[in-house]
Write a protein that binds this ligand. Sequence first.
Ligand code: F6P
Length: 360
Amino acid sequence: MKKIGILTSGGDCGGLNAAVRSIFYRAKDTYGMEVFGIRDGTVGLMQRPVASIPLDYQTFSGSLLRQGGTFLGTTNKGNPFEFPMPDGTTKDRTADICEGYHLLGLDGLIVIGGDGSMAILDKIAKAGNLNIVAIPKTIDNDVGATESSIGFNTAVQVATQALDNLIHTAASHQRSMILEVMGRDAGHIALNAGIAGGADIILIPELKYSIDNIVKKLTQMKNRGILHSLIVVAEAVKTEEGKKFMVNFADGQKRLGGIGNYLSESIMKKTDIECRVTSLGHVQRGAPPTPRDRILASAFGVYAVDLLAQKKFNRMVAWRDRRVIDVPISEGISTYKVVDKKDSLIETALALGVYVGDLD
Ligand code: F6P
């Protein structure tokens, strides 16, 4: 294992640069490997010459450890199996990716990605004899087999900070402030930030709710003399009738967004409570990584290089019981980790008097 590559794939998040830095130090200092960063995920391997940068000590002498995003670039569009071509057609570009890996003379590749990217790379690696190891990253924290993925803690920190700011304006105006957070189909960010930020109502896609019960909770608070409140809602929560809120984009794609406004209107129609909505969006992704994410990324990076050095391929690093372990990539992507009704944090929220939806 003399020469290795690193790529970041899928949506960016806090901690990616910290992971790349850790991989570099372990590979260089412990094993004397040459390390190349691949630009823009798998797209870099499709380009000729391959879009890559040799990494050295200079690369990491600045503030990369502290920076959000990924300096290597990434993409969450364009599945290489059906890659969109300039003429409007799609083409299987997986052979180009394998060729790019071999042209660069790589002995191994570390893929930092979410479930989608890992599934794609696992398939390509098996078909094209690429030696890969995966590191899970996603603010949504929905990758299976690991308690945490890089980026989740930073997103929770940002959402909690937003609640810490919103409480003051909520109290000043005696309003209900609704905070819409990311999480695709999983409610981990909403639940964790909601508890940390003292929300009164937390709505997640895993649990049904009713507007009547939201109103009941707000009325109960009013009867206790509390005229302001914080509501956290995950972007994938549906309407009472089960409709998902999607925004149509000019590129023809639909993306989640809008449930906060629906809740605001519904509450205002049934009460005299004034609501305002904040949709947090990509600040959850681009924020500087928390210490926790920097530590997780560093631990994952070191372990991932060790796996390559030991020729243990198609493995994903995972965090379990306060340490890094490794599992087959297939284990990480076979389960989509959502919030369980019996999750102890649901119990915690209930004990704090939070309305989290209807459990039966
Ligand atoms: O999966 C990560 C995530 O941030 C989701 O929480 C969100 O729905 C989505 O990505 C947004 O993706 P994009 O970068 O395409 O706007």
